[in-house]
Write a protein that binds this ligand. Structure first.
Ligand code: ADE
Length: 230
């Protein structure tokens, strides 16, 4: 069973419309649609925004639906000048940019008493997502690299620079590490697919509404193609 998580309704609406729904279940105020999409058994859900919602959602997908693979789709802010609005970033790994227990000697980003700073994505899913992206979105660029997540919408150059300096990620969003963290605890394979909606700086609120729709269209196309490959 494949779980597909989007934080916002706009991010999952097109996928929900395209699927054949067999069961609708509500848990923790989230509506899980189980059924078939592109020939695969899937559960699609809107988690809500932020890492706590994302982690809770992932745990329900594990416990109630027994998912063994997870796809997180949505939008993100670019942290690299060569990654433009509309481009796609596919995760190699994800981490919490807002976790800080440096006072106790942990590297910034690392959850205390956990072994790892970042949670690696599934290499096979990453490879297939790249292939799918290059096929269905030939007019834009596809990048693979680290994704940084935190419970903040990044719209200031200073905060953006700090995240880049600390972690060298390609983009920033608000759920990926919550999903990756929960997936890792449950030994579930995951990949995060994000389309860039803004530059995570002072221009973020200007760019955001304009490019959100276009960015979502890219990631929706990609997820559908990826499902045919896995
Ligand atoms: N999602 C899309 N753009 C973002 C940003 N600038 N910061 C955090 N999450 C985002």
């Amino acid at each position: 069973m494949i779980g597909i998580i989007g934080a916002m309704e706009e991010e999952v609406a097109a996928l929900k419309e395209a699927m054949e729904v067999q069961e609708t279940i509500e848990r923790a105020s989230m509506v899980f649609l189980r059924g078939e999409l592109c020939g695969k058994d899937v559960v699609i859900v809107r988690s809500g925004i932020g890492k706590v919602n994302a982690g809770i959602c992932t745990q329900i997908l594990a416990d109630r639906f027994g998912v063994d693979r997870l796809i997180n789709t949505g939008i993100a802010g670019s942290l690299d000048a060569k990654i433009d609005i509309g481009d796609i970033v596919i995760s190699t790994d994800a981490l919490h940019h807002d976790m800080d227990a440096t006072e106790f000697g942990y590297p910034v980003g690392q959850v205390p008493r956990m072994e790892t700073l970042s949670f690696p994505a599934d290499e096979e899913l990453v490879k297939k997502a790249v292939k799918a992206s290059e096929k269905v979105n030939p007019d834009i660029h596809t990048f693979t690299g680290r994704i940084a997540s935190g419970d903040q919408f990044i719209a200031s150059r200073e905060v953006k620079e700090k995240i880049i300096q600390n972690f060298h990620p390609l983009c920033v969003e608000m759920e990926g590490a919550g999903i990756a963290h929960a997936a890792s605890l449950n030994q579930i394979s995951y990949v995060i697919i994000r389309a860039i909606s803004d530059k995570a700086d002072n221009s973020a609120h200007v760019d955001y509404p304009t490019f959100e729709r276009q960015a979502i269209a890219h990631s929706v196309r990609l997820v559908k193609e990826l499902l045919t490959l896995i």
